[in-house]
Design a protein around this ligand. Structure first.
Ligand code: PXG
Length: 470
């Protein structure tokens, strides 16, 4: 019989045995399983602050805050204690059928206080994907109740990420995801993203930002405003490669939205809860969404929880309407809510958002921005504590590599992991989004490892003849 690991760090099994068990039984998200089994998965055993330990004893600087979510860092006993206390008091009860509980009441009130404007009402979900599924149904329900059932189409953007459920993946603009399983669902359409480095051609960033915003206007005209329910977008694209839009983009989108009766959904799953140096990314751009999607940093990833923050204007229509036939068993899960509330308490008490805005964000911008001088780097951008580099064989031309997209990025990622820095690649962009509590000293370490990684990647790409432009 195969030994099954117990709850100690490595279960008494060595790395190879754990890897074999994982390969035998565990199907991973977004993974080529044959390749992973051959290579052997990395087993993470512990986290503290911005640091992870793996089963081989490596100490790794987590430049991605898990999956963009561990905002207050690992190892916060307050969050473990909040979960323990809530599990003893009331481990589960639902929020259906005219019932609620204190953790859901408290968290909804705190989120309403922190969210800008009249975003004062929260519909809880278990994840960002579920919350975006809620949003699809919610905006269509809203317009039907407003006597405009024809307004069903949702406009999104190519290379956006809005989740992996049927609804979330449809809203997202990832071609590879649409290619598997017949997505998008009907009445979801896409316009191009404001990714100047790769797609800006001869235009200045400002001209390009306006041009990409005006695609929204053109799409509304094409579909007919009477058929458009909502526009959904991430204030700064995350999973698409940390694409910071040109300064001209959001003001122009705002102008267009103001001229049409269309709801705006800001997907703040990554940009919410301090990532950009504001509580919400929308605030930094002066955006006033009707709905915000939240997840990740809401609980710093310590518990799975997401939600939709809804404006009073929409909530009032829901109040008048009949029942909204929608909800999840774990909508407002008490343990997840208790942990999220404690997480937000820590963030407020420790002034984590100010730390990003005043200290860590500006420090990273300076150090990360300097990486643009590296011969392999075409641009280095950041917003608060999310940042990216475009790898290129020819800086002046902003050229892509001659080889397959993502090959240089993957090589660089592998070297980075080898240097004990978790820096991911999206195609040939390198991305980071460290815990928000990262200190300037830790940012120095991150940069040191990133520079070593870029130097090694540059040498390797040159040695293998891969530094050629397409
Ligand atoms: N919206 C945005 C903007 C996201 O970034 C989701 C929705 C979906 O959330 P859930 O909780 O359902 O995963 C996300 C999630 C990556 C990566 O490769 C990014 C996400 C998820 C998984 C991988 O960067 N973002």
């Amino acid at each position: 019989m195969t030994a099954i690991p117990n709850r100690t760090a490595t279960g008494g099994l060595d790395t190879a045995a754990l890897q074999a068990l994982d390969a035998a039984h565990h199907l991973h998200p977004f993974t080529h399983h044959g390749e992973l089994a051959a290579k052997g998965v990395r087993i993470v055993t512990k986290g503290e602050g911005v640091w992870l330990t793996d089963s081989e004893g490596n100490e790794i600087l987590d430049g991605m805050a898990g999956l963009w979510c561990v905002n207050v860092g690992y190892g916060r006993t307050e969050l473990a204690e909040a979960a323990y206390a809530q599990m003893q008091e009331l481990p589960y009860y639902n929020t259906f059928f005219q019932t609620t509980h204190v953790p859901a009441i408290a968290l909804a009130a705190t989120v309403a206080r922190l969210a800008p404007g009249d975003l004062d009402h929260v519909f809880f979900a278990g994840s960002g994907s579920e919350a975006n599924d809620t949003n699809i149904r919610l905006v269509r329900h809203y317009w039907a109740e407003m006597g405009k059932p024809g307004k069903r189409v949702i406009i999104s953007r190519r290379n956006a990420y809005h989740g992996s459920t049927l609804g979330g993946a449809s809203l997202g603009g990832m071609q590879a995801m649409h290619g598997q399983g017949g997505l998008p669902i009907p009445d979801v359409v896409h316009i191009d993203q404001p990714a100047w480095f790769a797609e800006g051609g001869e235009m200045s960033p400002e001209e390009f930002g306006i041009a990409r915003a005006r695609q929204l206007e053109a799409k509304i005209a094409e579909v007919g405003a009477e058929n458009v329910a909502a526009f959904i977008a991430e204030p700064v694209q995350g999973a698409g490669g940390v694409i910071v839009p040109p300064d001209s983009y959001w003001p122009e989108v705002k102008r267009i939205l103001a001229e049409h009766e269309i709801l705006f959904i800001a997907d703040e799953v990554i940009t919410g809860f301090g990532r950009t140096g504001h509580w919400f990314g929308s605030e930094g751009y002066g955006l006033a969404p009707d709905i915000m999607t939240i997840a990740k940093g809401l609980s710093s990833g310590y518990q799975p929880i997401g939600g939709s923050i809804v404006s009073t204007r929409i909530a009032e229509v829901l109040n008048e309407a009949g029942e909204f036939f929608h909800g999840y068993t774990y909508s407002g899960h008490p343990v997840a809510c208790a942990v999220a509330s404690e997480n937000l308490r820590i963030m407020e008490e420790e002034r984590v958002v100010d730390h990003v805005h005043d200290v860590a964000g500006p420090y990273l911008a300076e150090k990360w921005g300097a990486l643009a001088d590296h011969p392999l780097v075409g641009e280095a951008v950041s917003k608060g504590l999310m940042a990216s580099l475009a790898l290129t064989p020819d800086k002046a031309a902003r050229a892509p590599f001659a080889g397959p997209v993502g090959e240089a990025g993957f090589i660089t990622r592998e070297i980075s992991f080898g240097n004990n820095l978790i820096m991911r690649h999206v195609g040939d962009r390198m991305i980071i989004a460290p815990p928000l509590v990262i200190t300037p000293d830790e940012i120095d370490l991150l940069i040191e490892r990133a520079v070593r990684t870029l130097d090694m990647a540059h040498d390797k790409l040159r040695a293998e003849g891969m530094l050629k432009a397409a």
